[in-house]
Structures are given as C-alpha cells and as structure tokens.
Design a protein around this ligand. Structure first.
Ligand SMILES: NC(=O)c1ccc[n+]([C@@H]2O[C@H](COP(=O)([O-])OP(=O)(O)OC[C@H]3O[C@@H](n4cnc5c(N)ncnc54)[C@H](OP(=O)(O)O)[C@@H]3O)[C@@H](O)[C@H]2O)c1
Length: 231
C-alpha cells in the first residue's frame, strides 16, 4: 500500500508510520517541518520503506507545487492519506491575535484541505482519507478554556470529512475522521501540564494505523470519537 502520514515527525504520527512500516509491502511517506526528525524516522524502518517530504502546512500555498511533485514522483496512486499534523495553542480567546488564530486554522484546516486537493488525483476507488481531529471539536463534547481556535479548526476538519465523503462518493474514495481524546504526547503535556493521558502515542498510532487499513470497509463520512476521557 502507498501511504502518506502528514505530521509524522513525533507523537502519534511517528507511531502511525512506524506501525504501518512493519508490513514490508507498505511504502510510507511522512511529512513535517523537522528535517532531522524526518531523516531519523526514515532510518528506523526495518524494511527501508519510510521516506519523507519536508513541508510546512501553515504555508502550503507557497510549497504546493514542490510538495505535489515530490509525492507524484514517488507514488502513481495513494491508498491511504492520514492527515495527522496539528498545532495546538492554548490561549484565552480574548488574548488571541488574528495572526495566531490564522496559524492554527492554516495548519489544522487549510493545510490538510489543500493536501487533499493536491493529492486526490492519485486516489482511486477504495482509497482512504483519515482526518485526525479532536474531541475538543466534537459537537456536544466538554469544552475547555483556551482551546477555542484549536477546537474550531478541528470541528472544521471534521465537517470537511462529511462534505468530502459525499463529493468523492462517485469516485469510491472513503473519507473518515477520528476525533481523539487525550493521548500522552508532547502536545498533550504542553497543553495539560500535570495531567496523565490514559493512552500513549504508540497505542494510538497502532489504532489509527489499523483503522486506516480496515475502517474503510465499514465507515464512510463518519466522525468517530476515540476517547476514554476528554480533559
Ligand atoms: N495528543 C492528544 O491528546 C491529542 C488529542 C486530540 C487530537 N490530537 C491530534 O492528533 C494529532 C497528533 O497530535 P500529537 O499529540 O501527536 O502532536 P505532536 O506531538 O505535537 O505532533 C504534531 C505533528 O504535526 C506536525 N506539524 C505541526 N505543525 C505543522 C506544520 N505547520 N506543517 C507540517 N507539519 C506540522 C509536527 O511536525 P513538525 O513539527 O516536524 O512540523 C508533528 O509531527 C494532531 O492533529 C492533534 O491535534 C491529539
């Protein structure tokens, strides 16, 4: 399978890539901004089946052509695209500048949306897009101070999932969204100091990897909460 994991340099994305790379038939491209981490991850794959592309999703317009060309050079089709990259900034709504707010929206919503538009021509019937959102952006979930823009960006990504599953239905492309609860990663530790998440990055990486492989048989256009709790 040809698989792209956006935001694979650390945390959950890194674990998704390492898990999927355990099957030597999978070819995985991970993206991110941290060049060193991208190189290190590629060197960790047992079957030499992880490669990387450096891209900053918050400025995807200026890098779109180069990103698209690099993907097209490696893959003639894409079986799985996992939009995992994300930025969380904790700040009370009244203290946000528009620039800070836009950075979150660019990274968490416009970036993944643009990646989908750039790569959709490589997808065929059965291809699976998995968008990684958050319980914070899940309608009716508990909300927390300081997470307004983050939660809204994830709600937008979740809604895009429903919209695209309809637009891509005629092509047989499956689009789902996992709304994650807390997972012990650097992002979580920075946002919720002192809390301990019930799930670690490796456990979630395995779950998401399995879902990306098998979930397309059972779900389309779904926003699925994946949460034991919701701090
Ligand atoms: N951890 C949780 O409790 C939790 C809960 C709900 C949802 N989530 C979601 O799950 C996903 C993974 O979270 P995580 O906890 O593993 O976070 P993380 O450790 O902070 O990892 C985030 C990943 O996103 C990439 N990224 C961030 N900004 C980027 C940009 N501008 N361009 C390209 N890549 C960028 C980072 O790579 P570079 O730094 O190399 O760019 C990194 O690989 C995120 O979408 C997050 O919102 C996490």
């Amino acid at each position: 399978m040809n698989i792209i994991v956006n935001g694979g340099t650390r945390g959950i994305g890194r674990e998704i890539a390492l898990y999927l790379a355990q099957d030597r038939d999978n070819q995985i491209v991970v993206t991110g901004r941290d060049t060193e981490a991208l190189g290190k991850l590629a060197s960790e794959s047992l079957y030499d089946n992880i490669s990387s592309i450096e891209v900053d999703l918050s400025v995807i317009d200026s890098q779109a052509a180069s990103f698209r060309d690099q993907v097209y050079n490696r893959f003639s089709l894409i079986d799985i695209l996992i939009n995992n990259a994300g930025l969380l900034t904790t700040r009370e709504f009244m203290k946000f500048t528009n620039q800070e707010a836009r950075l979150i929206m660019e990274t968490n919503f416009f970036g993944p949306a643009t990646v989908i538009r750039l790569l959709k021509p490589l997808m065929i019937s059965g291809s699976h897009i998995v968008n990684i959102a958050s319980m914070g952006g899940f309608q009716g979930s508990s909300k927390y101070r300081g997470l307004s823009y983050y939660s809204c960006s994830k709600a937008a990504l979740a809604c895009l999932t429903e919209c695209l599953s309809e637009e891509f239905r005629q092509d047989g492309i499956i689009v789902n969204c996992l709304a994650l609860g807390s997972v012990q990663t650097e992002m979580f530790a920075e946002a919720f100091p002192g809390f301990r998440a019930p799930v670690n990055a490796e456990e979630m990486g395995v779950f998401i990897g399995d879902f990306a492989l098998r979930g397309r048989q059972f779900f389309n256009g779904k926003i699925i909460p994946v949460a034991l709790n919701n701090p």
